[in-house]
Ligand binder design. Sequence first.
Ligand code: GDP
Length: 602
Amino acid sequence: MKRSREKLFKKQSGQDTDGQKVIRQVKIPKVITIQELANRMAERANTVIKYLLTKNVKVTINHTIDQDTAEFIVKEFGHEILIEEEPDQLLKDILSKDKDLENAVSRPPVVTVMGHVDHGKTSLLDSLRDASVVNSEHGGITQHIGAYQVNVNDKSLITFIDTPGHAAFTEMRARGSKITDIVILVVAANDGIKPQTIEAIQHAKAAQVPIIVAINKCDLQGADPTKVRNQLLEHELIVEEMGGDVLSVEISALKKTNLDKLKELILLQSEILDMKADPSIAAAGVVVESRLDKGRGPVSTVLIAKGTLKKGDLFVSGASNGKVRAIYNYRGDLINEAGPSTPVEIVGFQGAPNAGDDFVVVENDSKVEEIVEYRQQEIKNKKLAGNKKTDIFGESDPEEEYNIILKTDVNGSLEALANAIEKIKIENIKTKIILSAVGPITETDVTLAKASNAILLGFNIRPNKEAKDLARSYKLEILYFNIIYEALDHITKKISGLLAPETEEQGQGTCEVLEVFSVSKAGKVAGVKVTEGEIKNNSELRLLRDGAVVYTGKVNSLFREKNEAKEVKAGLECGVSIKDFNDIKKGDVIEFFKTITIEREI
Ligand code: GDP
């Protein structure tokens, strides 16, 4: 009995029966509770809690910590780390180009409409859809499923995402699914480029999606398409008429003018892009919309990216799964299968997925279970983490991203450098490589660097002449390196320079204005009584009237019985004048403070 207790104790304290510490391989998920971490290390939770207390961190066994922190603890306890691998990599690159695949064939382009509010995005989507439906034998029964297709000259198809706006576009991107091939930028000819137009341009550029400009409302009296084209120049969109390569067309969404031309341009652009997908493989796509249908359960619109979806297919989508029971096209017709770039409504989901979730047909039943279980656990972990994640070493989550464009001479250095760069993180800023490629720095790289406010970095590579000239005209610096650590060092320094100095206000004292005097040299001088703390002649101050801040500035001079004073303490009366400000009134309150800058350290 005694011996078995001893054995148990030793086991609990991480020792084997010979008193040697057992080094364990500890699996660490993205978040974990203290209890679970202790279990996995075969240490006692109390030991972990006590250890953290020595670091001035108070936790209970139910606290959740993140992977980095857990890793740190595991190392401190002398164990080895096994990072849990995701069993699925499905979400990534769903729409990756399949050009190299043997069976890839051309697929219709997927188009998103973006632009400033009221410039006509919805009208354009409606007009394009109406026109196509009227042409079809199904006239009139179109339903809104979040995406639809338009037939051009009975031989080509275009898929439109039927939810205008940047949020949808960016959200999809944020979830890793790039479903848009082409962005139609709608600009009202009577209004010109507006903030959301610029935002749309930036989004499209950052996503490296080509833009076709639809200059809308050209039916209006005040329409000035030329002005729009000129304004576009300022945002590095040079339309063809002006010698550039951006396609543009003057339209009226309301009068349905030139919509055919727009469609032709879309097809032209998609020919340039040479979009292909393999229809012979199992289907994969992205959820565009999802809703709960009373009779049919969860129903989702999925845009098939590659492969062919068939009735009866088993699938995983987000943290849900299901079996395809029925497929409808955007017109509401029941169909048996759907190929690349087709938007379809699918019945057969177990639970409703979210827009932007992936949708992947999985052939093997057990694989489905494994993925879904993993994903549901991930969601639980995230929820747990969201509720009471303990940021025990005071690090905040990354919030800001710093864009980097990376061009190198060979693939090897590209990967090495990209990996190292993605690891750089300073305070709440982290790096994000928005473009990395092998080859010389071109004009496109320079333009994207400008639009995304990115660092443009060449490793063992130089820009071509055009790119150099363009960079010079944008006053954009291109950084060149041939030693990896020098590049990393430079980026780190550059990012830390970006951090705004952290400042902190230190309150000093407060006074109340009893009287205001005019003094010929000093302007208005306030006769005040210091009510709190002490006030100093080198302070900053804030003048409050009825609780509202009227002015923020600096002390001009401080007088105590006609003599200049450096500081005046609570309870005393004195005279104060404010730099560049004379509108002081009886009854105002003046707060004195000092701003101190906290140096940041890397
Ligand atoms: P959205 O906010 O970009 O989706 O813009 P809407 O499609 O809702 O259009 C905003 C307003 O502009 C509506 O009153 C439309 O009727 C009007 N509009 C849209 N396109 C045109 C057009 O080509 N010509 C004219 N005259 N008005 C238009």
